[in-house]
Every structure is written in structure tokens, then in C-alpha cells.
Write a protein that binds this ligand. Sequence first.
Ligand code: SF4
Length: 544
Amino acid sequence: MDEAGGTTSQIQSGRRSLTSGHRHRVRGDWSETWRGVPASELLELRELESELYDRARIDARWRQGEEFLIPGAELFPTVTLPDDKFHDHCGVFAVYGHPEAAKLTYLGLYGLQHRGQESAGIAASDGDQILTHKAMGHVAEVFTEEILRDLHGHAAIGHTRYSTAGDTDLKNAQPLTVSCQKGQVALAHNGNLVNAGSIRKELESRGDIFQTTSDTEVILHFFARSKHGGIPESIADALDKVSGAYSLVMLFKDSVYAIRDPRGFRPLNLGRLNGAWMVASETCAFDLIGATYEREIEPGEMVILDPRGVTSLRYTPPAPPSRCIFEHVYFSRPDSLVFGRSVQESREMLGRLLAREHPVPADWVVPVPDSGVAAAIGYAAESGVPLRFGLIRNHYVGRTFIEPSQAIRDFGVRLKLNPVRQLLNGKRVVLVDDSIIRGTTSRKIVGIVREAGAREVHLRVSCPPTVSPCYYGIDTPTRKELIAANHSVEDIRQYIGADSLGYLSLEALQEAVGGPGRGYCLACYTANYPTTVQEPLIALRNRE
Ligand code: SF4
């Protein structure tokens, strides 16, 4: 028995089962079959299964009406839809000075839903006490009219979460609300602390008890422990001990604080609505409620919203800015201003520069929806090759679905994307996407376009090869799983089955977002991290 409770023979028999090439009926429950097998083994089995599945698909035996099908498929009867993208950690929103603060926060969170779909929460203050409601699920599922009515008051903060540090669990949903000697406080965090592990250990050794497994809670512990009497001083004291990415909103009985880390990894913006103040990760949340965008909250700035109005403080010495460039490439909504720039304009420029660097004779430019649309518009405009929507996305597909009685795992991509055959048949197609992470989805999409009759398929990617994981609040695969970390561009082209493959250069990427020297983090393309990252975090991301 290994330490996780699985038996060695289970693992060995899984390998045998996968490599035997024998056909199996779909049966059983995957989690039951493999209960207790360590995650590292499961990953290996899953990769093996995926490879064998591809072989089986190429054989297309299921199409010949055979009873069934795919070697080892009984291991994975529930299909997780391929989602070969980075995921943002969270979105934060805050309101101060509006009688319906919680309702506005609820609407603001709708605008930030793309930044996190695992859980959502709102904390509201009526001046006497802070009430919090949070639950797993989308904003629309978490809140009802009744719940929002109970969250009364003139100030509120909200959060949508996609976990990168800490488990996927209600206890880690935010805002985190605590009572301490400085009164009640609620905190919502976008980003990831790179030294949370060691400082948490230190606090635990001193007797502190943690309620969550998220990195965010250490900020509250340091805040509560601070010897300073004032709130801004105590916050500054707490933040002095943490390192990494944090865009925070904090709610007290009669004030809201919005704070950005000194490098400004994640965005944070200030807005206004009829005399009330708003804070949001992205400006698209302001648009939804009719608020106006005032300005970006600067790296290293603490903005206090209270009965005196708006106060701005520098709570820490300046550091070289490291804004996340991937916010412009992929994370943020194109209708947002991020770091003071239009995301749509950045993405179109990425596409234009991509066309200059990687031209190819073609009939159509086809975006991979929805992520490649803006860059494809730019590519088409620059190249003169007409843009056509040759892949149609089904917007009503969740992350997983129950597999039908016959195992047809390819449904994953097909459920999401369907080719317009009449458009693609016999054509030379430039497919434009914003990134290749593992390569598995790109491979399937290229296959779909080919099966629809395309004569040539050229894949163009509007960022450089992604070679290193992120430690600053983005959910990324391990280095081992990042295809570009381990393979040349030519290897990747062969793997995905494209006629040609072109990535945007690092220089062009920087030019598209305002030019080099504008203070962007580029670490997922260069592996040059702007901060020290602690070993346990590296081990977690790079387990091999
Ligand atoms: S490593 Fe990449 S995803 Fe993470 S902050 Fe830097 S640019 Fe953004």
C-alpha cells in the first residue's frame, strides 16, 4: 500500500490495462476503480490513456460499428472537456457609498465571471456589522433576491474564484471574513503570494490556527497581529511580510480599502457611479452597472474609500512594475481596459504583428472561437486574407458531461466547436489562436478543420511559446505538461498536425502592448521571474 492508500498492483494493472491494447467495455466508476491511487500515478495513466485513445481514434474502429472501442477506456467514463487554457485566479469588486452596495457588487461580479467560476461571495456592511454570503458555483447560482436583500448596507466587496492556491472547497471561497481586535474585516484577493507557504508554517508554529488552505488568509493573520493601532498602518505592516501578486479589496464597518502589490501583477481599477465609488479587476464590470472608469489603482497604492471621500496612500517603496502581459493576450475581456489599455486593441495588434512575422498564402483567416477572434481580426486586416468564422462555438457546454453509453471521448472538443464544412472544404486556412498550452486541444482543432475538408491548415499563435508556469495567480499546468517547455516549434507542428506553425515573437508581443520597457511580467515566455519564488511552490508546479 502506498502512502495515499492505493496498491502498487492497482497501478501496475492500470498500466498493463492501458498498454495491452485489449478492448474493454465501458464500465464502473473511474473514481471507485482508482480510489487511493496517488495523483502522480493518475497523471501518468491519464497521459497514457490519452495517447492510446488518439491511436484508437485514428483506427476509427468505433465508426465501423464494432461493439466497442478504446483500450483502457473503462478508466475514464466521465469526460472532462478539454480546456487547454490558462485560468485566471479571481476577480474582485467593491462598492462604497451606495444604498444598494451588495446588489451592485452582484452585478459587478457578473461582469467578472470569466475570471473565476468555482465560487462566488459578497460581504456587505451597514455600518454596524459585516454580513457575508458565499458558495460554490457561478454568481447566478450563488445569489438569490432574498440573499441580496439580507446583505444590506452602503459598502460591499465581492469575489469570484478559480483556485490556484488552496483546495477547491467552500472554506476557501472569498471574501474571508474575520473578527479581530481591530474589529470585523472581510478580504477578497486576486493573485497569488509566492511566500505564503513558509510564513504560514511560521505562524502555525507560533500557535495560529488557519480556517482555510488558501494563501490569502496569512494576510489577515498578519493584519490582526500588527501592533499598529490604525487600519492603514496595520495593512501596510501585514503586506510588508508577503511577496507576490495581490490586488485586494478589504471591507471594514465603514470603509473599503483597495490595494495593489508594488509590482502590479494583477489589474485593479477605480470607478464612480452617482457619487458612489467602485473598484473592479476589470472595467467591463463598471460598464455593466453604468459606472464610469476613473483610473487604474497604481502598483503599491492603497486607496481608502470612507466618509471623507477617496484617500490615496503609498504603503510601500516602489518596485519595478511587472504587470501580467497574459491579461492582454488572453485573460481579460476584450471590452475591458487593463493597465490603462484597451484589451481589444492590444489583441488586434497582436494579430497584425503575427501576420507580418508569419505570412502565408491562404483563402481564409479562421479564428479559434472565442479566444482567437480579436487576433484573427488583426491578422486578416494586416494580411488582406478574408476573415471567416469557420468554427462555431457552442456556448452552452459546461466543463464536464456524462459520457454517453458508448465512449466517444472526441465529443469533448466537438461539443464545443463545430466546423462550417461548406466554408472550409478545399480551402487553405490560417487558424488563429491566442496560445498553445499542452497542445492537445490545438491538435484536435486542426484535426476537425482537416476533416471538414480544408486543403491546408496553418496555425498562428498570438503569443510566444509558453515555456514556464505562473506563480502569480494564474492556474497553469506543470512545466512537464507545457508542450513548448519540452519541444521545438517543429516538434509541436508535427504533433498538432498543421502544415505550418507560427508563434508571435517576444519583441512583437511587447510592441503590441505599448512597447518594451513598459513594465510587464513575461515570465511564462522567458522563465525570468520578477520575484523569488519559494521551493514548495516551484515543486508544486513542476512536479515531474
Ligand atoms: S508568469 Fe505569465 S501569466 Fe504569470 S504573471 Fe507573469 S506573464 Fe502573467
